[in-house]
Design a protein around this ligand. Structure first.
Ligand SMILES: [Zn+2]
Ligand SMILES: [Zn+2]
Length: 454
């Protein structure tokens, strides 16, 4: 069936939903930047003046542009100019050193003062007891969660070095039973126990904790962290699977099915390995192949650029990328038949609710997906973002088919880096699916459902 482009007038998104949510800017060890786009990077300055310069200095770089160049080239993290792991971990930790209350950086302190971390979470710093006391009413709400963040960002290193290999292989249970993490963990329990024990006893784990300048936590704490990291890595492929399932997409199409990940950036492509989406394949036994194409201006340069239309091997998952804006990609690649038409389009945290600029950038893509009636899934970080995004999509007359809490959300908390006392968020915590136009749910109905908890 040929797509029917339709010209529709769309209402402008309401200003009340713009700028209401601060996009989190997690700084993680494995990706010392992919999580920070230019926008987020410069916004650090608003919260902690001087912080972006401090990060560049600690990472041995002069400017955001240089930093991006390194990331684009896919240069391994270990080549950032550090002499040994201790130095690298130290410099990484230094980028977290600013007073969480008065925002003072080490360079701005008098000689008698040093920044000391909160003893409970080892994540935020204070220039003195007065600041720590004054900050406690705000910090106490997040201290426990930030403690997990501080462990996870060190443990993430084991994923980068390949010392923590995610459990893989065919699903032992029928796919309908595995509806979320609880059942997924039960299904993989035996295999996972063996994997986690092996990582805990590994030389890499010993080296890691010997290098970071803090005591090694208990095995249960480390296992909890590895499990969170695992959900973080598998959340994306399994969320694609959620979309395929919920939108009823045929995965036994001759030649394979095609999924476009729109607005993909370093987060999706830097350090992403060919097998990273295999779990999607295991979710659909007997599938005839998945072609996952990451499209975005910030797709890492080293990422495979092959977007051919040749039929896939049944049972395989092929990952590739395309650098550019989606509506251009659509015109140049999809409409000319050089790339397969998508069966599903997914955008992880498009963030169009966050600012008028982002909305402007996303508008052509959203209208295209609506008018060509492409089954689409987007994810957001929080319930507040869910409400704002639903409002925008309703204003655009999209036909919302489902939304709610994502059963395959990442369980790894993400700290808002320059504003640590802000409630941590979780990647792809909520999803929205839409198909074509004509909103069938009234606005009042939407608000009621969102407020009532989804
Ligand atoms: Zn202070
Ligand atoms: Zn704390």
């Amino acid at each position: 069936m040929a797509p029917r482009p339709r010209r529709r007038r769309h209402k402008k998104p309401r200003s009340s939903v713009a700028s209401m949510v601060e996009t989190p800017v997690p700084l993680t060890l494995s990706k010392p930047g992919p999580s920070i786009d230019a926008l987020g990077f410069h916004s650090l300055e608003t919260n902690v003046p001087g912080l972006s310069q401090l990060i560049l200095q600690k990472l041995n770089m002069k400017s955001y542009e240089e930093y991006k160049l390194v990331i684009d080239g896919g240069t391994p993290v270990s080549d950032f100019g550090f002499r040994c792991p201790q130095e690298m971990f130290q410099k990484m930790e230094d980028t977290f050193r600013f007073c969480a209350y008065c925002k003072a950086l080490p360079s701005g302190l008098s000689d008698s003062k040093v920044l000391r971390h909160c003893k409970r979470c080892r994540n935020v710093y204070y220039c003195g007891p007065e600041c720590q006391r004054s900050d406690w009413p705000a910090h106490r709400r997040v201290c426990q969660e930030l403690r997990l963040v501080a462990v996870d960002r060190l443990m993430e290193w084991l994923l980068v070095t390949g010392d923590f290999v995610l459990p893989s292989g065919h699903w032992l249970w029928p796919t309908e039973i595995v509806q979320g993490w609880d059942t997924w963990f039960s299904m993989r329990r035996l295999q996972l126990d063996a994997t986690l024990d092996a990582v805990l006893g590994s030389h890499a784990m010993t080296t890691l904790w010997a290098s970071v300048g803090r005591p090694r936590p208990d095995p249960d704490v480390l296992k909890g962290s590895l499990k969170r990291l695992l959900t973080d890595a598998l959340s994306r492929p399994l969320t694609l699977g959620l979309g395929l399932r919920a939108l009823g997409i045929n995965v036994k199409k001759t030649g394979g099915s095609t999924i476009h990940v729109v607005g993909a950036s370093h987060v999706e492509t830097f350090l992403t390995r060919p097998g990273d989406y295999d779990e999607l394949g295991y979710m659909f036994p007997g599938h005839l192949g998945f072609r996952v194409i990451m499209v975005g201006v910030d797709v890492a340069a080293g990422f495979s650029q092959s977007t051919s239309v040749s039929p896939l091997e049944p049972g395989t998952v092929q990952l590739s990328g395309h650098r550019g804006l989606y509506h251009n990609f659509w015109e140049e690649q999809v409409q000319t038949g050089q790339t397969a038409h998508p069966d599903l389009v997914v955008a992880f945290h498009p963030g169009f609710h966050a600012s008028p600029d982002l909305m402007e950038a996303w508008l052509p893509t959203l209208l295209l997906l609506r008018d060509y009636e492409i089954p689409t899934l987007i994810t957001v970080y929080s319930q507040q973002e869910l409400a704002a995004s639903l409002q925008i999509l309703a204003d655009l007359d999209t036909h919302l088919t489902a939304y709610g809490a994502n059963p395959f959300t990442s369980l790894k908390p993400e700290q808002v880096y320059s504003n640590p006392n802000k409630q941590p968020v979780y990647c792809s915590a909520y999803y929205i699916m839409f198909l074509g136009s004509c909103c069938q749910l009234g606005q009042g109905h939407l608000e009621e459902k969102v407020d009532g908890g989804v």
